[in-house]
Ligand binder design. Sequence first.
Ligand code: GRF
Length: 197
Amino acid sequence: MLNLVVLISGAGSNLRSLLEACRDAEYPARVVAIGADRDADGLELGEEYGISTFTVPFTSHPSREAWGDELLAQIQLWDADLVVLSGFMRLLPPRVVAALTPNLLNTHPAYLPEFPGAHGVRDALAAGVAETGASLIVVDTGVDDGPVIAQERVPVLPGDTQASLHERIKIVERRLLVQAVLDIANGHVDLKEHSHI
Ligand code: GRF
């Protein structure tokens, strides 16, 4: 059984997909804690699914490093096998990444290395591309440039808004995440082979 800590900043809809997958007794993973850097709406999923939550507010710490150290301490309490950044909108300090990688995944709403950063959907739309995508990567110390574990193309449709495109991308992100966690738990994917650092 693979124990997961999932970090969020927003609604947690991708997290919900993972929690639903984990409800299946045959699925070899479970979320042991949900963490956030702010009062994220998705923390309510903790109550709904009976899972512990913790919040380490970025703004209550004097520096990114101090915040990261507290976040890492909270994560390590759970002795997780894997930490998933699922819509977590803060860069982790290098020492947090170093402590967790390669057992640290991030979902990204673009086909990396295309459109890295916090506005992957908006940037793809602005560039006028015919297709973008969804990616799941191992986090290393760069911005969205870690090794790709899984990715899939998503077409940009005529009339797409940022919201409509992002919704279709998230459907793919959820599928990639649920499948990758399964593959990691079953030993079909070895994250150590996907580490740059
Ligand atoms: C996902 O597209 C993730 O890649 C991005 O934020 C979205 C998360 O949405 N960075 P939600 O909080 O899971 O609904």
